[in-house]
Design a protein around this ligand. Structure first.
Ligand SMILES: [Ca+2]
Ligand SMILES: [Ca+2]
Length: 217
């Protein structure tokens, strides 16, 4: 892992479309106030590690359910915008012997993704959904942490499952040496279930504070 990940600019859409009528959940004031923080990063942001939470012991969720669990609590799936945060999260995955986690990373594959600067989407279409920030192009290998290998021996992202007749690999997971490749980023189909890490979300906290001025957050 080298240097900081480029934050190019904010993606200009906010509403992803999900299959089967599933939606992105809004924050719930009571759950925001009761949110669990297991550890704080150097910038003061709080994180919740699903495997350390007694009520989530052994629970694995698909990407959208994991995101919604976090969002209802004024958090969102973790976004690894800097190498410092990426390494900090990876240390905890290794220390706690967790096989893999979901992050908020996603390939732009819905309405609004035909923007010229996102083309080709497989290279320029990855973004942190929690922060609506683009990742560096997948070809800039020193600006990201994609694994150099995977299930078919190809550098990530490889969209392997779709190549083999399955679902597209549109979500970003951190895998703990799953392919004897160290702890790195992989594109994985979003319907897979995994443990997850929530990160406090400034925008959601601000919104709940504004709409519930007397709530202790
Ligand atoms: Ca972050
Ligand atoms: Ca893959």
């Amino acid at each position: 892992m080298k240097g900081y990940f480029l934050v190019l600019f904010v993606i200009g859409f906010t509403h992803a479309q999900f299959k089967n009528g599933r939606i992105l959940e809004p924050p719930v004031p009571r759950l925001c106030a009761q949110r669990t923080i297991h550890e704080r990063f150097t910038d003061g942001k709080g994180y919740m590690f699903s495997w350390r939470e007694p009520s989530l012991k052994g629970v694995e969720e698909d990407w959208l359910n994991a995101r919604n669990y976090c969002r209802q609590r004024c958090m969102d799936l973790v976004s690894l915008e800097t190498s410092a945060e990426n390494e900090w999260i990876k240390e905890r995955i290794v220390k706690d012997k967790v096989k893999y986690i979901w992050t908020s990373g996603r390939l732009c594959d819905f309405k609004g993704c035909d923007r010229p600067d996102l083309q080709p989407v497989s290279v320029n279409g990855w973004f942190w959904t929690a922060e609506l920030q683009k990742l560096a192009p997948t070809t800039q290998r020193d600006q990201n942490d994609w694994s150099e290998t995977g299930g078919i021996g190809k550098p990530q992202p490889d969209n392997r499952e779709a190549q083999q007749g399955g679902a597209s690999e549109n979500c970003l997971a951190v895998l703990n040496n799953f392919y004897k490749d160290g702890v790195n980023w992989h594109d994985v189909a979003c319907h897979h279930v995994k443990p997850f890490v929530c990160e406090e979300n400034d925008a959601l906290i601000k919104y709940i504070k504004y709409t519930n001025p007397h709530l202790q957050l």
